[in-house]
Design a protein around this ligand. Structure first.
Ligand code: OGA
Ligand code: MN
Length: 210
């Protein structure tokens, strides 16, 4: 059901994306859903979390130099995942109505950064390399699932401006916080986490012809 609150959230989000290209929201998913997502990640057997790649799966060492998180892709295999995907689907449809971004689908995964893990500076999509034949990431989302994150725990998301000359935001990965940003626009990195850091990363994509 789409409530007035949700419509207000969409208005706010659309405005921020046009103005700044990103928005950081404190707890916005239904709190029960956030708790269920957190619980599902705690219950996930270790072997369901895999070393994440960067598109060159064969080069294990290169991957390790760039990112050290472990991930589990969402398939909608549980009611909890389905409810999360439904919420994101409402966001997708609502943003398309307001911004005509042509968002077609959403892919997402749990991510877990063990102590010492990081993700070096990168972009989630590349303007010049994107082909109309390929689905392209347009909007990135990260939902954080860490209770009582302390200043010494590290693991901040550092968001830089388009031409990578200044730091725009230092985002602590606090429980329920959601960041949404234009995938092609902002170089970003995850600082070394000093304790386990958990999240759900996702991307709204355009449709590719292939
Ligand atoms: C990613 C990413 C940021 C974060 O998974 O591509 O940049 O704060 N994650 O977890
Ligand atoms: Mn990223």
């Amino acid at each position: 059901m789409i409530t007035d609150d949700f419509e207000a959230l969409l208005d706010d989000l659309a405005e921020a994306l046009v103005r700044d290209g990103y928005r950081i929201l404190p707890l916005h998913l239904p709190s029960g859903l956030t708790d269920r997502l957190w619980q599902e990640l705690q219950d996930l057997p270790d072997n369901e979390l895999k070393v994440a790649g960067i598109g060159r799966q064969d080069d294990f060492q290169l991957n390790r130099d760039i990112r050290r998180d472990k991930i589990h892709w969402f398939t909608g295999e549980t009611a909890t995942q389905q409810d999360f995907l439904d919420w994101m689907e409402q966001l997708r449809a609502g943003l398309n109505r307001r911004l005509f971004l042509g968002l077609f689908d959403y892919e997402s995964h749990f991510a877990s950064y063990g102590p010492g893990a990081f993700y070096k500076k990168h972009l989630d999509a590349f303007k010049n390399l994107s082909s109309p034949l390929q689905a392209n990431r347009v909007l990135s989302t990260v939902l954080y699932l860490n209770r009582d994150w302390q200043p010494g725990d590290g693991g901040e998301l550092l968001l830089f401006n388009d031409d990578d000359t200044c730091l725009l935001e230092t985002v602590t990965p606090d429980y329920g916080k959601l960041i949404i940003f234009l995938s092609e626009r902002f170089p970003h990195e995850v600082a070394v986490a000093r304790r386990e850091r958990q999240s759900i990363a996702g991307w709204f994509r355009t449709q590719g012809a292939l």
